[in-house]
Design a protein around this ligand. Structure first.
Ligand code: BG6
Length: 504
């Protein structure tokens, strides 16, 4: 029996309706919401694209996507027929302003059918360069003026640099209120990422020691084993720093470093995050080499398979200088974090698919224990594993059973798989539901996006100014270039991968 309140009637237009994002992520997420009875009683989805589809062939394509990519691949249980009746396809040329009347007509028809004015959501699942043009053409439709019910959803990358992000913000805000604009960063929809706030602020245990007095440093690794997966064209305009650090990783830093919010109001949370971004020490162009390292993968082997180097990937220039790996050392200049390094690294074709946040505490004094007891002495460490393992591990010292005082680090584990049924909603389910409900907490505000660009611009500029001389500089199945090790070894640290449980 349904115990929750569903969002109000909604009409969702997906620009890029025949594209990959909708196929792999959006429709599977919407279908899961439907199965879990979160979709509004009255709703419709209109996929918009240039390719020719009938409603029937479009639905068949989407079902195929569900069978491949949904967390409930096998789930048919008769609900698909019911769900798919709400999906239609609108073939239109998004560059032709005259065709936008079709959208206005659909809204009018649905309004009559639903008996009320629905939320009208425009989802931009298109190449980033198309967003400004589509937004401009949506403006005059007269639907957007309704600040309560109309929303526009913009995927990352939000701009290509600070200036283009600023211009895109200006353009969107000339037609929509900030409250109507949902800038997606899908990391914020991940269960394990949202749980960081619960861990920090719903427990008395961590917050008192969550600062420079007890924390030695913080690390974030977001590693992937895949290469650019046919997205060479996009990646050539991006690179790891733009693709992962400007958004996902800086957002993770905000979750770890923000001050306690006084409420879960969308603006309160986002204000606290912007405070973190504003306090991140600006790295100058001249110093970029001290704080940031870039890499690019060569050809090689990964899980027994021969893989091409980045420069041999489709749609990639044979002498490309794009970074497929980036590592940065950040500092946050405020009372809580003064002089605590935040090391981050991300890359393609690395040794494992893993996103983890490590909070490394300072060592406890060990003078009271005999020398042999402290041979395996380790400082406490909290590891938040975002994916693919979803768990939190707290490492502490324990006495090994026996007559002598020998100490060993051991792990206390909270695992989603063991604690729950292991069928957590996907990020896009959470985010799409929030959009329908009008809750912008997990979305990026304009000032957040621009503050994040300001942080990475000097590094990007320094890298553009000085082309790398050693690319490609790391092999597939490694942890990136050697310089990344040196970056943090200078402070006496080394990169931490997810430790096996119960041992060092
Ligand atoms: C996307 C990047 O934002 O995040 C991709 O554009 C990357 O390059 C992806 O592969 C990683 O997402 P996840 O959820 O698999 O960690």
């Amino acid at each position: 029996m349904q115990t929750h309140k569903r969002p109000p009637a909604s009409l969702l237009f997906i620009f890029g309706g025949s594209g990959d994002l909708n196929y792999r992520k959006l429709t599977p997420a919407l279908y899961n919401l439907f199965i879990d009875e979160w979709i509004p009683e009255k709703f419709d989805i209109v996929g918009i694209g240039r390719s020719a589809f009938t409603d029937e062939s479009y639905r068949a394509k989407l079902l195929d996507g569900i069978q491949q990519f949904s967390r409930r691949k096998e789930e048919q249980n008769g609900k698909w027929q019911e769900f798919s009746r709400h999906i239609s396809y609108l073939q239109m040329d998004a560059e032709n302003e005259d065709e936008y009347k079709k959208i206005a007509d659909i809204v009018k028809t649905k309004e009559q059918e639903f008996g009320s004015h629905p939320n009208v959501i425009f989802y931009m699942a298109v190449a980033p360069q198309l967003v400004p043009d589509i937004a401009k053409k949506l403006g005059p439709l007269n639907i957007c003026a309704d600040t309560k019910c109309t929303r526009i959803v913009v995927e990352k990358p939000f701009g290509h640099d600070l200036q283009s992000a600023h211009e895109l913000n200006k353009l969107l805000m000339s037609m929509f209120d900030e409250a109507q604009i949902y800038r997606i960063d899908h990391y914020l929809g991940k269960e394990t990422v949202q749980n960081i706030l619960a861990l920090r602020f719903a427990n008395a245990l961590f917050e008192p020691i969550w600062n420079k007095n007890y924390i030695d440093h913080v690390q974030i690794t977001a590693a992937e084993t895949v290469g650019v997966e046919g997205r060479g064209g996009y990646y050539e305009t991006s690179g790891a720093l733009r693709d992962m650090v400007q958004n996902h990783i800086l957002q993770l830093i905000c979750m770890v470093a923000m001050e306690a919010p006084v409420s879960f109001d969308a603006d309160e949370i986002r204000n606290k995050k912007v405070d973190v971004l504003n306090a991140i020490r600006k790295i100058t162009k001249e110093d970029a080499h001290i704080y940031a390292v870039r890499g690019q993968y060569s050809e090689g082997w990964i899980t027994g398979e021969k893989v091409p180097g980045y420069r041999q990937e489709k749609s990639v220039s044979p002498d490309s200088n794009i970074d497929t790996f980036a590592a940065v050392k950040f500092y946050i200049d405020n009372w809580r974090w003064q002089d605590v390094p935040f090391y981050v690294r991300t890359g393609k074709r690395l040794h494992g698919k893993t996103t983890i946040i490590t909070i490394q505490f300072k060592p406890a004094p060990n003078y009271a224990f005999p020398e042999e007891a402290s041979e395996t002495w380790r400082a406490n460490r909290l590891t938040i594993s975002i994916q693919p393992e979803m768990d939190i591990r707290l490492r502490f010292q324990a006495k090994r059973p026996g007559q002598s005082m020998i100490l060993n680090p051991v792990d206390m584990l909270f695992s989603y798989k063991d604690a729950y049924d292991g069928n957590e909603p996907e990020a896009y389910e959470t985010l799409l539901l929030d959009i329908m409900e009008g809750n912008a907490t997990l979305f990026m505000r304009s000032d957040q996006v621009e503050a994040a660009w300001k942080i990475i611009m000097p590094i990007l500029e320094a890298w553009e100014l000085r082309p790398p001389v050693d690319f490609p500089n790391y092999a597939p199945d490694s942890w990136g270039p050697e310089d990344a090790e040196a970056l943090i070894a200078r402070n006496g640290h080394n990169w931490i991968t997810l430790p096996p449980l119960h041992q060092e």
